[in-house]
Design a protein around this ligand. Structure first.
Ligand SMILES: [Zn+2]
Length: 214
């Protein structure tokens, strides 16, 4: 496969592969200087980088970081006046601001806690946790992924059908660098629906990457 992105000397064959790598950095408790070099190279690909970075402290890895905003880790540009500018990595990868994608990310954001709790619970209840596809022993870190056995998009589609809602009708608002469902009833309804219908399992990173390509 041809190289789709080359960022900080790391080759990615697809956008998906690159996104998974980025999400892994976003989940880390502590990032290395090399991670920050990667982030700097990535954020420079933003179409409005020139404008967004006009007050940046330093034109290298020191000018970027990860900050928690509304409970979510976001990439930011650090400004000379101690303020920061949030920056969407989706746009750095050439994704436009697509309503459907934003609604899907708001729906995902809503159930993130269920995903985290599922993972925690499996590790609390089992002495040895293995990847359900390849039997590799897993540890409780970002290399272990929670996978939807019944696809996330199918759960969403069924939710829409059962509740007679159209995707464009979901009110969302931007909080920092993520989208949230901007309706408490709908938020609760979706939260419960996902909890009841999602079938989850733990996979190693490699297996999860493989099935995401299928
Ligand atoms: Zn595996």
């Amino acid at each position: 496969m041809p190289i789709k992105y080359l960022i900080n000397n790391i080759e990615f064959q697809s956008k998906k592969e690159c996104e998974i790598y980025i999400k892994n950095i976003l989940q880390k408790n502590e990032i290395t200087i090399d991670d920050r070099r990667f982030i700097y190279q990535l954020l420079k690909m933003h179409p409005k980088w020139h404008d967004k970075s006009k007050n940046i402290i330093k034109r290298n890895y020191k000018g970027v970081n990860i900050t928690k905003i509304y409970g979510n880790n976001c990439f930011v540009i650090l400004n000379k006046d101690n303020t920061y500018e949030t920056i969407s990595y989706h746009k750095c990868l050439g994704k436009s601001d697509n309503v459907r994608e934003n609604v899907v990310s708001a729906l995902r954001e809503c159930i993130n806690i269920q995903i985290a709790e599922y993972k925690l619970e499996v590790f609390l209840n089992k002495n040895i946790v293995v990847c359900e596809l390849c039997n590799l022993e897993l540890i409780n870190n970002s290399e272990t992924h929670v996978d939807h056995i019944n696809k996330f998009r199918d759960i969403i589609n069924n939710f829409f059908i059962e509740n007679n809602i159209l995707i464009d009708e979901i009110p969302i608002k931007k909080c920092g660098c993520v989208y949230r469902i901007n309706d408490d009833d709908l938020f609760d309804k979706w939260y419960d629906y996902h909890e009841k219908n999602a079938k989850l399992r733990l996979l190693c990173k490699q297996c999860n990457l493989k099935i995401e390509y299928l």
